[in-house]
Design a protein around this ligand. Structure first.
Ligand code: NAD
Length: 499
């Protein structure tokens, strides 16, 4: 029997009324396990109306009371982390320990947002002019929306919702239609934690629901994470409709391997960052750039052996290094890229296309693949593959290696592995990329710093979480005040200056 999922509106589950549904699969078996309703525009408008009503009351709560709700939410999520991780893994296909990481990185932003009384403190200038005080305060925007991808169904909704709610906004989430069950459960836990109904809503859907959010005048800001073409569309459409937007897109993250790096460490780092979560991470390393032929030959030899012996299994298999891809369509897309790479002349050192997992013959599996001698003109280098495929691009020298991530159209993350501080320092300063790791393959910044890529990996001005998120989800009001002592100065026709 297939479960029928719902939306979450006004503090409770609400069935879809559009009559349209999408299938939610168990990627390990390939079976449909649920149907998710796809909201029509009028359903989205009703959710926004409800959120707008709830937001007025919520914004009047003092920040400390709002933080207490987030504290309770944190405890509730922690208390059912096991079942949430299983649910997440069953719809996404990532392993259960990896699903726990997805939840944990989301909770860290909730922990950050609990500091909201401190984070919302404004600015104050005493006696800016004689008897004049100037102060700035941060006020919530109103209703804000989040549109999120399939690959982190707990982390990314929480990265957006926690700061937005803490600032006093109502948040409408449109999660990925591929794995909506964890966001729906998080919505229930928010209400259990004491969040007033309507402050966090979930509306499931596709382009129709997204367009309804983008064109609704009551939605003040839109936060998006997903592929770059959609990020650009959301950014420009939101701007046309007068909204604030921060939209994060795809990636092609490089790892530069200097000849002095410890190749055993490098190999471990590349195996984890390239193949973990089947490569379905926006911060996955998909390109390794060893310097010089000797480093490249030694690295490829080590990697090939490890990639051939990767354990691929059902998402709940405790022995699996990674599980299936999210859909059959994702497997087809990645396989097409492997065909393209071979046709383009790259050397397919390990071919994972023949993999089957016993007992799970209909699952969406693909084994690890390794390409050597990839060049910057090839499509497998220029485009995001989003699967368990690592490409080696051999660089002659440091400047050539530095140019590769710097000139790539994506600019999300990059890493350098070296034992030389001078090289690392030069690299971090000059590379044209938003997030940099030094001997760290996946440099996802911690919750109280900010996360954001450059170039076609990020559209908008402010990053996610950290201090930028408080700026994004509030507007600044600046008050200039004076309490005159009865002196009458007469009208002034000159712009006020602080003499
Ligand atoms: P996606 O772009 O297909 O979907 C993202 C969201 O947009 C979903 O909620 C989806 O329903 C919606 N959407 C899809 N098509 C739409 C359309 N035509 N109009 C309006 N909305 C639409 O992305 P995905 O496959 O779910 O996620 C994978 C992508 O996300 C990868 O490109 C990955 O690099 C990227 N990603 C980026 C980051 C980052 O922080 N930069 C983080 C995670 C994932």
């Amino acid at each position: 029997m297939t479960t029928e999922l719902h939306h979450f509106v006004a503090g409770k589950p609400a069935p879809g009324t559009s009559g349209r549904f999408a299938d939610v699969f168990d990627p390990s078996t390939g079976a449909v396990q649920a149907r998710v309703p796809l909201a029509a525009a009028d359903e989205v408008r009703a959710v926004v109306g409800d959120a707008a009503r709830a937001q007025r009351e919520w914004a009047a709560w003092n920040p400390q009371r709002r933080a207490r709700v987030l504290m309770r939410f944190l405890d509730l999520v922690r208390s059912e982390e096991d079942s949430l991780a299983r649910l997440l893994s069953s719809e996404h296909g990532k392993t259960i320990p990896d699903a726990r990481g997805d939840i944990q990185r989301g909770l860290e932003v909730v922990e950050f947002a609990i500091g909201i009384p401190h984070l919302l403190k404004g600015e104050y200038s005493d006696n800016a002019g004689t008897g004049i005080d100037v102060y700035s305060m941060r006020q919530p925007l109103g209703v804000v929306a989040g549109i999120t991808p399939f690959n982190f169904p707990a982390m990314i909704p929480l990265w957006k919702a926690a700061p937005a709610i803490a600032c006093g906004n109502a948040f409408v989430l449109k999660p990925s239609e591929r794995d909506p069950s964890v966001p729906l459960r998080l919505a229930e836990l928010f209400v259990e934690a004491g969040l007033p109904p309507g402050v966090f809503s979930v509306v499931n859907g596709d382009k129709e629901a997204v367009d309804a959010l983008l064109t609704d005048p009551r939605v003040e800001a839109v936060g998006f994470v997903g592929s770059s073409a959609i990020a650009e569309y959301i950014y420009s459409t939101a701007a046309t409709h007068g909204k604030r937007a921060q939209c994060f897109g795809g990636a092609k993250n490089h790892m530069i391997v200097m000849p002095d790096a410890d190749l055993d460490q490098v190999t471990d780092a590349l195996i984890g960052a390239g193949y973990g979560s089947a490569g379905e991470r926006c911060m996955a390393i998909s390109v390794a750039v060893p310097l010089g032929q000797a480093t490249a030959d030694a690295l490829v030899e080590r990697l090939a052996e490890r990639v051939r012996t990767l354990k691929v299994g059902a998402s709940h298999d405790e022995a699996a290094d990674f599980g299936p891809l999210v859909t059959a369509e994702a497997v087809r897309r990645v396989r097409d890229y492997i065909d393209i790479g071979v046709a383009e002349g790259a050397e397919l050192v390990v071919d994972g296309r023949g993999l089957t997992v016993a007992g799970y013959e209909n699952g969406f599996f693909l084994g690890g693949c390794l390409f050597d001698k990839v060049t910057p003109e090839m499509r497998i280098y220029r485009e995001e593959i989003f699967g368990p495929v690592l490409s080696i691009v051999r660089a002659e020298d440091y400047e050539a290696a530095l140019r590769l991530p710097s000139e790539h159209e994506y600019g999300n993350g990059v890493a350098i592995f070296t034992r030389d501080g001078d090289t690392a320092r030069d690299f971090t300063t000059r590379v044209n990329t938003g997030m940099v790791g030094v001997n760290m393959p996946i440099p996802v910044p911690i919750a109280y710093h900010t996360f954001g890529g450059w170039k076609r990996s990020g559209f908008g001005d402010l990053n996610q979480h950290g201090p930028d998120s408080i700026r994004f989800y509030t507007k600044t009001k600046t008050v200039t005040s004076r309490w005159p002592s009865g002196t009458k100065e007469g009208a002034s026709f000159v712009i006020p200056t602080m003499k």
